[in-house]
Each structure stands twice: as structure tokens, then as C-alpha cells.
Design a protein around this ligand. Structure first.
Ligand code: UT7
Length: 334
């Protein structure tokens, strides 16, 4: 379908980067009162990659971006826009520009986008709007998170879930529109179930003049509520995105869900009547990498040849906000 407003969109490159250190469930048993069996049965996770003190969000994002640019055959100097989806920047002012600097993308404009585990999906839709209106031709979208910085390593309900990583895709204007349709949602009424909050600490500057000089806490999550939300809302939003994409479940080659929990993937697949072997899963090796999880698993499947040009993908991100969304797209140049 040719977009009426302007250009179509193609996804022409994907890349990923993860820190070298792995932390497996056996090592988790030494940290908190848990077991390999509990973690595997309840989540599907066996190990996760953890960024050490020498690993930065900017470094991971830059490495993933270089991979994606190389596959796309696009030079950083030709990028018009860089969007970094992250909740864990190295710099609260944003880390997109630091990545832009490392890539040497001198003609691009860059900014961060925060939408937790929906960040990559929301970033994809955001990037598409700039291309569709004809404003930009080449966009680099990075999803990257180092949640290990913000995990309470003494809380067994959360610390076993998360891992670190970065993934990236390159989008380009094309005649054929490969982004078939999408739906994005958020619900502030559920905000309290998953947070990484700033906690205020009052400091008196002058008599009667106070400022707040606190810090960020660790991740707090009501796992059961997030689980119920995901199992209910993810199939619904995928169905909406498929409707807007004008595709049925059997037109979809691959279902790519945010990699939070294998049980969520299985429940969504069952509701949508998707065979499990059409679901891309790598959470057993990476855990939940938040904004990085969709491009990480996409990268593996493109590079090992499971995803072929023209394949139809239904992708869905969900998480804090609460936020959730889905998109239908074809892989490769249109
Ligand atoms: O990116 C999006 C954000 N997050 C998610 O998508 C997470 C969604 N939620 C989940 O994936 C699941 O709710 C969890 C994996 C977090 C938890 O699984 P659950 O089946 O909902 O377990 P639960 O919270 O109901 O806990 C069951 C039991 C509790 O013990 P009691 O109260 O029944 O005695 C927990 O204390 O399991 C206990 N438990 C653990 N036991 C061993 C909780 N964490 C652990 C642990 N090891 N790590």
C-alpha cells in the first residue's frame, strides 16, 4: 500500500548488543531465596546479561546501532533522525545525542523516548510518522535498557526477571509501505503497579525556601497485576493492529512479543490461536530487557534466517505506564 500522505516505510536493518557477563539462575540462588526450578517454571528465564560498571547504555546502544546500519547499508552521516527508546539513560537529559555523537551522525536530530517496555513499539510508530509525512527519509530507532542498575537485588520477586541489552532497527522511506497498521494504548489508572520512582528528600536552601534533592528508588512491581494486564490486553491490541493492517492470524509469519515471561507469550498465542512455533522467544537467555527485548529477538531471527524479506510480523510491547501497543509490518525493503 502506498501511503497517501507521503512515503511508505521499510525496515531494512537490525542489530543488537548485550554485555558479556551472564548471570544464570544458579547464581541467582546465591543472591536470594529462589530456585532455578521456580524461575524456569514461572518465567521461562534461565539466564540474563548484566552490564558491569564499565558498560554504558550509550555504548550498548551505539554498538547495536552500528550493527543495524551495517546490515541496512546506511551510513550514519545519512541519518535524519535517531530515536532512543529507554527508561535507563546514562544521562537524565537524554542519551540519544551521546549515541549520535559516537556514531558521527552529524546531519541527524536525536531524542530519547520513554515508554518503558512499550518503548520500542511506540518508537517504531513515532519514527514512521516522520517518514510518512515526508519530513525524514532515514531513521535509526534504538531500544536499550540497563535495568540491572535499578533492580533491588535483594527482592526475589523482581531481580530474577530483568536483563540488560540494546537493539536497533533502521527505517527508510520506500514506495511500498511495509508498516501495515498499529494500535497504541496507555492507562494511567494502572500507573501504580510498575514504577521506578523518584523519591523526594527535602533540603532547606534558605529559611522558607526548600528544594527536593532526592534520588531514584529501585523497581517496584505488583507482578500479579502486570501479568493479568498483559494476558488480557496484549491479545486484544494485537487483534486491533491486525485489523488495521488488514491481515488475519494466518497471514502472520511471526509473533514477536515483548520478552517478559514465557507464560505471557503462551497465553497470548493461545488466545490468538497462533501456534507456539510462530512465536519468537529468546527470554530464556536474556530475561526481560525492557525496550531492547523486541529488537533483540528480531535481530536473532533475521540473522539466523527464520525471518525472511516479506515475512509478516505482528509485534507487541507492554509494560509500565501502563502502556501497551502492537504493530503489523513486513520485514525488509518495500
Ligand atoms: O515488562 C513488563 C513487566 N513485568 C512483567 O511482565 C511481569 C509480569 N508478572 C509476572 O511475570 C509474574 O507475576 C511473576 C513471574 C513476576 C511472578 O509469578 P507469579 O506466578 O505471579 O508468582 P506470585 O507473585 O503469585 O508468587 C507466588 C509465590 C509467592 O509465595 P507465596 O506467597 O505463595 O508463599 C512468592 O513469594 O512465589 C513466591 N516467589 C518466589 N519464590 C521463589 C516470588 N518470587 C519468587 C522467586 N523465587 N524468585
Amino acid at each position: 500500500m502506498q501511503n497517501q500522505m507521503g512515503s511508505g516505510i521499510s525496515l531494512i536493518g537490525v542489530g543488537a548488543a548485550t554485555p558479556p557477563a551472564a548471570l544464570d539462575n544458579g547464581q541467582m540462588e546465591r543472591l536470594v531465596d529462589t530456585s532455578d526450578d521456580w524461575i524456569k517454571t514461572r518465567t521461562g528465564i534461565r539466564e540474563r546479561r548484566i552490564a558491569g560498571a564499565d558498560s554504558t547504555l550509550t555504548g550498548l546502544g551505539t554498538a547495536a546501532a552500528r550493527n543495524a546500519l551495517e546490515m541496512a547499508g546506511v551510513s550514519a552521516a545519512d541519518l535524519d533522525l535517531i530515536i532512543l527508546a529507554t527508561s535507563t539513560p546514562d544521562d537524565l537529559f537524554g542519551s540519544a545525542a551521546a549515541i549520535q555523537g559516537q556514531l558521527g551522525a552529524s546531519q541527524a536530530v536525536s531524542f530519547d523516548l520513554t515508554a518503558a517496555c512499550s518503548g520500542f513499539l511506540f518508537g517504531l510508530v513515532t519514527a514512521a510518522q516522520y517518514i510518512r509525512t515526508g519530513v525524514y527519509k532515514r531513521v535509526l530507532l534504538i531500544g536499550a535498557d540497563v535495568l540491572s542498575r535499578w533492580v533491588d537485588w535483594s527482592d526475589r520477586r523482581t531481580c530474577i526477571l530483568f536483563g540488560d541489552g540494546a537493539g536497533a532497527v533502521v527505517l527508510e522511506a520506500s514506495e511500498q509501505d511495509q508498516l501495515l497498521g498499529f494500535e497504541m494504548r496507555s492507562n494511567g489508572a494502572g500507573n501504580c503497579v510498575l514504577n521506578l520512582n523518584y523519591q523526594s528528600e527535602e533540603k532547606e536552601l534558605l529559611p522558607g525556601i526548600n528544594v527536593s534533592q532526592g534520588g531514584y528508588q529501585t523497581i517496584s512491581m505488583n507482578g500479579k497485576e502486570v501479568y493479568k494486564f498483559a494476558v488480557r490486553k496484549v491479545p486484544e491490541v494485537i487483534e486491533k493492529a491486525m485489523f488495521y493492517s488488514d491481515i488475519a492470524a494466518n497471514d502472520v509469519d511471526w509473533l514477536v512479543l515483548h520478552q517478559a515471561n514465557l507464560r505471557i507469550v503462551e497465553a497470548a498465542a493461545q488466545r490468538l490461536k497462533f501456534p507456539l512455533d510462530k512465536c519468537l522467544v529468546n527470554l530464556e537467555r536474556h530475561g526481560n530487557t525492557s525496550a531492547a527485548s523486541i529488537p533483540l529477538v528480531l535481530n536473532e531471527a533475521v540473522r539466523d534466517g527464520r525471518i525472511q524479506p516479506g515475512h509478516v510480523i505482528a509485534a507487541s510491547g507492554f509494560g509500565a505506564g501502563l502502556s501497551w501497543g502492537a504493530a503489523g509490518f513486513r520485514w525488509g525493503k518495500g
